[in-house]
Design a protein around this ligand. Structure first.
Ligand SMILES: NC(=O)c1ccc[n+]([C@@H]2O[C@H](COP(=O)([O-])OP(=O)(O)OC[C@H]3O[C@@H](n4cnc5c(N)ncnc54)[C@H](O)[C@@H]3O)[C@@H](O)[C@H]2O)c1
Length: 201
């Protein structure tokens, strides 16, 4: 197996910290870039001493440079509590973060994997949603910063692939839960679990 240099934006968050561990376990070099907006160093504390691991405190909306084989773009407030409190920051992070990642990938020939979301389907009119479904999305609602931000990130990714040949893959993640997720994050599955575990009065 070839050792790859990997960048994970948003790697101090829930999914990113698991991805970092998995890539390190497979022998790769991992750089996590995160501004700790919703993530925490506690999620990656045990990785800091690994010589193949680097942490960079940086906001993905600001341009950055580095030579990587693969860039995993996860940076984005993902819980309704956070993105509805910081809607402008959320749209900015989704779109400008993606743009910065794609521009770096174009210059350095890195491969990109972007974590999109089932929320790009909005309030879907068909169930379950096939990939070819385009969605039913409100452009100006309270959730729009997240939904439309992620849609714009998909659009610019597809255009960078078509226009400049950047190797970019999109994954649309549905509700995911597990260790390193903040219990009061406001996500649906963790809310159910926290409520089920709460003592009855
Ligand atoms: N967990 C899920 O169920 C789910 C579902 C669909 C999509 N996703 C997507 O997967 C990705 C990771 O989600 P998660 O559940 O791990 O969320 P998370 O909030 O735990 O992780 C997001 C990370 O991005 C960082 N971040 C936010 N803004 C940033 C910025 N401007 N610059 C640098 N870092 C920034 C946060 O500090 C955090 O560490 C997100 O893009 C999210 O939209 C997650």
């Amino acid at each position: 197996m070839m050792r790859e240099k990997c960048l994970i934006t948003g790697g101090a968050g829930f999914i990113g910290s698991h991805l970092a561990r998995r890539l390190l376990a497979s022998g790769h070099e991992v750089t996590v870039m995160d501004n700790l907006f919703t993530g925490t160093k506690a999620n990656i504390y045990d990785l800091l001493e690994n010589p193949r691991f680097t942490f960079i405190l940086h906001d993905v909306t600001q341009p950055f440079w580095g030579q990587f084989d693969t860039i995993f773009n996860l940076a984005c407030p993902a819980s309704p509590i956070h993105y509805q409190r910081h809607p402008v920051e959320t749209t900015k992070t989704s779109f400008m973060g993606m743009l910065n990642v794609l521009e770096l990938a174009l210059k350095t020939k890195a491969r990109v994997l972007h974590t999109s979301t089932s929320e790009i389907y909005g309030d879907p009119l068909c169930h379950p949603q096939p990939e070819a479904y385009w969605g039913n999305v409100n452009t100006i609602g309270l959730r729009s910063c997240y939904d439309e931000g992620k849609r714009a990130a998909e659009t610019i990714s597809a255009d960078f692939a078509r226009e400049y040949g950047v190797d970019v893959r999109l994954v649309r993640i549905f509700n995911t839960y597990g260790p390193n997720m903040h219990p009061h994050d406001g996500r649906v599955v963790s809310n159910f679990i926290v409520q089920a575990l709460a003592p009855t009065t």
